[in-house]
Design a binder for this molecule. Sequence first.
Ligand code: ADP
Ligand code: MG
Length: 316
Amino acid sequence: MTDNVLEIRDLAVEFKTDTGITHALRDVSFDVPRGKVTAVVGESGSGKSVTANCIMRIIQPPGKIVSGDMMFSPTRTDPYDIVSLDNKDPRLVDLRGDLISMVFQEPMTALSPVYTVGNQVAEAILCHRDVTEEEAWEEAADMLTRVGIDDVPRRIHQYPFEFSGGMRQRVVIAMALVCNPEVLICDEPTTALDVTIQAEILTLIRDLQQELSNSVLFITHDLGVVAQLADQVVVMYQGRVLEIGTVRQVLKEPLHPYTRGLLAAIPGIVPKGQRLETIASVVGDSDIETAYPLTRLKDGREVSLSPEALREIDNE
Ligand SMILES: Nc1ncnc2c1ncn2[C@@H]1O[C@H](COP(=O)(O)OP(=O)(O)O)[C@@H](O)[C@H]1O
Ligand SMILES: [Mg+2]
């Protein structure tokens, strides 16, 4: 068995809109090593969620996977290419929620307001496993305790609106992990939460990953989060993978100026004395447009990461 639970190759996704075709992903290739945390980092619109949605095969029209493959090698079944599965393939049912599960930014996307928390976590188990309702509730209670919900015997019968944002996200994490998925995808799971709660949720995800040793794909726009959590980093920009490396490589010696820009936004860890080449010359493609991200430099200046600005900083 390969050491990678997922191998994504040359993935391309297009959205056909009134104004033309948007190339949301182009030639995206990276591996998700088994039992490790892989962070996908990039600014808003860089293609992180589309990548995650491809893995779950939940890309909706007008979006379409136009090429590429994603070899999935779970320990529980034979490997297969997720892209080539027919929409009616029974493996899709196991893929979504059982083998791979996802935690979204906004907890209420995953939770229904009209069912109790216990009901929803138990249902996640009953969907995929042959257990009695009683057993499912027992496991749900157990999982809710593990994610740090207090007073589970009472809380399990409450509705999501009776929980704070952070507690709701804990419930969603319990739902995502209760079937012991081989891959957990977290798509900006803390973005909607207060800063202090964000740190708690990150710690929880990290601790549970170490305990359950599943593979995690953690999507974020924040390289600071990556430093705390990830083993491997994939940097995306405008639908492409710019850089892949260990956290140490990417944080200590970012190859790409865009990555350095993301780093520069974190106080204190901007790499010193390195040449900054232009984005266009590195990506080598004329269709990279001028939507350069803004970033704050260590001295407090806010600059747009255009090739010109980078050259200027470089010359200083
Ligand atoms: N429903 C949609 N319709 C049209 N274009 C879309 C749609 N969803 C995503 N895209 C395109 O895909 C790009 C990447 O989106 P996304 O993966 O959601 O970015 P992010 O990195 O913020 O998660 C967007 O910039 C947009 O051009
Ligand atoms: Mg997104």
